[in-house]
Design a protein around this ligand. Structure first.
Ligand SMILES: NC(=O)c1ccc[n+]([C@@H]2O[C@H](COP(=O)([O-])OP(=O)(O)OC[C@H]3O[C@@H](n4cnc5c(N)ncnc54)[C@H](OP(=O)(O)O)[C@@H]3O)[C@@H](O)[C@H]2O)c1
Length: 313
């Protein structure tokens, strides 16, 4: 059945991928953007509504006009080059923006709200690959702790509101067109310039998610599945000792240099060392079991190659 859907973050890497998929399924799509020129209305959405997630009254007005069945939040603050600033803006969006969006969605009688969370937010412990019942690392150091607290606040707002079905999709490291891993993106540039080293034995795990799979999971969860949190990640969590040299080869960069833990602590920021050495991966078992979801890109190996136009090669 066609639904009325509002997409916040319609101009972002996931939002841009999602809009045509929604319209192909026959849904009526309102793109919620901060600037009216953000979306080509005719090509990508049925309607455009202008509002900022941090402005509760403007948001409520925009949603009243759109009258959605489902509200989707694909906003983030990670778009720029300054990572700490991106972390700070994302923490604020998750903490305040998501609460505003839940309140606005409830006030217009929307049935479901789908928010964007992160599978890298689990506290590292025990198992190497974690499921949705693992605790979020809300007391992690520095900016990362602020982001995880923002995510926890967002998930609480989504998942405990009795007046709407809340779904939190916990993406892995997003890659694909327009992301930091694509040509010209921050990680692409850093790896080509030998700026991302291997640290110690490189056993930190990353679960990756292609933007096609992030958007595809949202599409399925419009109506399927119970409210709750779901990891949206590929099938192959990878140690940095594995994915980083492979990615460097694929982008035509030099082999990553190796640092000891002491050298890394002196030269790199805490979050990078954490990601490369102790971060855990995530399992997509819950989403597979509950709605039969399967990633289009089950492995980052093929997904990276496709993003870089090396596949099939
Ligand atoms: N999403 C994640 O969890 C995550 C994590 C780590 C890294 N990354 C990386 O970050 C890069 C960007 O990906 P992304 O899709 O997350 O972000 P993005 O492409 O920068 O999209 C963010 C979206 O959020 C919107 N937005 C930001 N603040 C808003 C506000 N206050 N109110 C309403 N809308 C707002 C932006 O709108 P405007 O057009 O108005 O700016 C844009 O549409 C990718 O390279 C990805 O690899 C993402």
């Amino acid at each position: 059945m066609p639904l009325r859907v509002v997409v916040a973050g319609a101009t972002g890497v996931v939002g841009r991928t999602l809009l045509p998929l929604l319209r192909k399924r026959g849904h009526h799509v309102t793109a919620l953007v901060r600037r009216a020129d953000g979306v080509d209305e005719a090509a990508e959405a049925d309607d455009v509504a202008v509002a900022d997630l941090l402005d509760p009254s403007g948001l409520r007005r925009a949603l009243r006009r759109a009258s959605p069945d489902v509200v989707i939040d694909q906003t983030s603050g990670f778009g720029g080059r300054d990572r700490d600033e991106g972390l700070r803006r994302t923490a604020e969006l998750r903490e305040r923006g998501a609460k505003n969006l839940v309140a606005a969605a409830v006030s217009v009688g929307a049935r479901r709200i789908i928010g964007q969370s992160m599978a890298a937010a689990y506290r590292p412990h025990g198992e190497e690959v974690l499921d949705e019942d693992s605790p979020l690392w809300t007391d992690a150091p520095g900016c990362w702790g602020a982001v995880v607290r923002g995510l926890a606040a967002m998930e609480e707002a989504l998942l405990t509101c009795p007046d709407i079905e809340g779904v939190a999709l916990r993406y892995g490291a997003l890659y694909g067109p327009g992301t930091h891993y694509a040509p010209g993106g921050a990680i692409h540039t850093r790896v080509r310039g030998s700026g991302l080293p291997l640290v110690s034995d490189g056993v930190g795990l990353t679960s990756f998610t292609h933007v096609d799979d992030a958007a595809g999971a949202v599409l399925e969860m419009l109506t399927a599945g119970e409210p709750g949190a779901y990891n949206v990640v590929d099938n192959e969590p990878a140690e940095s000792a594995e994915w980083l040299p492979a990615y460097a080869r694929m982008v035509g960069g030099p082999a990553p240099v190796s640092l000891t833990m002491d050298q890394a602590r002196a030269q790199l920021d805490w979050l990078t060392v954490h990601q490369l050495t102790e971060q855990r991966g995530a399992t997509n078992f819950r989403l597979r079991e509950t709605i039969g979801w399967r990633p289009t890109w089950p492995s980052w190996r093929e997904g990276f190659a496709a993003m870089l136009n090396l596949w099939p090669g």
